[in-house]
Design a protein around this ligand. Structure first.
Ligand code: NDP
Length: 249
């Protein structure tokens, strides 16, 4: 049997209780990494841990609201104390609070930016020093094609994801000298709880815009994350990898 790709690597996936985060966690665990999976709720990652175990992978659950600096610091301390390092950081946790701009309250803007942009800032900050000191690491941020194209009803979400793209490139420049790469994955339409709320007629219209003729699966994003964390991607940093079935080309 060949050695799994990520043996002895420690990974953190934020927002791994379901959807894309769960698929990323299972993919990394299947590839040999020990994966710390977070949710804002105790027991939130139980099903993810079971899925990792089914795939013969190692996973650990942790509770953390990524927009809460104190909670992020506690998480970082517990991972670095227990494992002495973090090799892979996947900033996946994200929310939507959609509304047309004229009806969008400032609290909807703040909530989305707090989780989707300030969250990755805090988590990167908590681990960047250790990664730089170790002279190696992979940071993968989960953005969205909406951060590139914009989307009616998602001014807050698009702004948060575009901001994350800018943060990714800036961090990539700062950390490259320490052999830490930082890339962004921009998914298109992926079938998860987040997209389940979209009305069927709208979904049918969106499907027509996808050249590959299907909505993405969370596993499609897991595979892209695995690539960016593998040796094969060691010379890639500061990039956006669009995974959208050709929707925005
Ligand atoms: P889900 O709504 O299915 O899952 C979101 C995850 O984020 C959950 O695990 C949730 O954990 C976690 N989360 C939410 N708020 C916080 C917080 N403050 N702190 C920590 N964790 C939090 O979303 P998806 O799987 O669809 O999306 C995952 C990522 O992919 C997001 O960043 C999203 O923006 C992005 N994306 C999704 C697309 C799609 O089509 N689905 C398209 C483009 C990008 P819990 O509730 O257990 O606390």
């Amino acid at each position: 049997m060949s050695t799994p790709l990520l043996t002895s690597k420690i990974a953190l996936v934020t927002g791994a209780s379901r959807g894309i985060g769960r698929a990323i966690a299972v993919t990394l665990a299947k590839s040999g990494a020990t994966v710390v999976c977070t949710s804002t709720k105790a027991g939130g990652c139980d099903e993810t841990l079971a899925a990792c175990a089914d795939a013969a992978g190692k996973a650990i659950a942790a509770v953390c609201d990524v927009s809460d600096e104190a909670q992020v610091e506690v998480l970082a301390k517990s991972i670095l104390d227990a494992h002495g390092k973090l090799d892979i950081l996947v900033n996946n946790a994200g929310i939507t609070r959609d509304n047309l701009f004229l009806r969008m309250g400032a609290e909807d803007f703040d909530a989305v930016v707090d989780t989707n942009l300030r969250g990755p800032f805090l988590v990167c900050k908590a681990f960047a020093r250790a990664m730089a000191k170790a002279r190696g690491g992979r940071i993968v941020n989960i953005g969205s094609v909406v951060g590139i194209t914009g989307n009616a009803g998602q001014v807050n979400y698009a702004a948060s994801k575009a901001g994350l793209a800018g943060m990714t490139k800036s961090l990539a420049k700062e950390l490259a000298g320490r052999n830490v790469t930082c890339n962004l994955i921009a998914p298109g339409f992926i079938a998860t709880d987040m997209t389940a709320q979209i009305p069927e007629d709208l979904k049918a219209g969106m499907l027509k815009e996808i050249p590959l003729g299907r909505f993405g699966a969370p596993e499609d994003i897991g595979a892209a994350v695995l690539f960016l964390c593998s040796e094969a991607a060691s010379y890639i940093t500061g990039q956006t990898l669009v995974v959208d079935g050709g929707m925005t080309m």
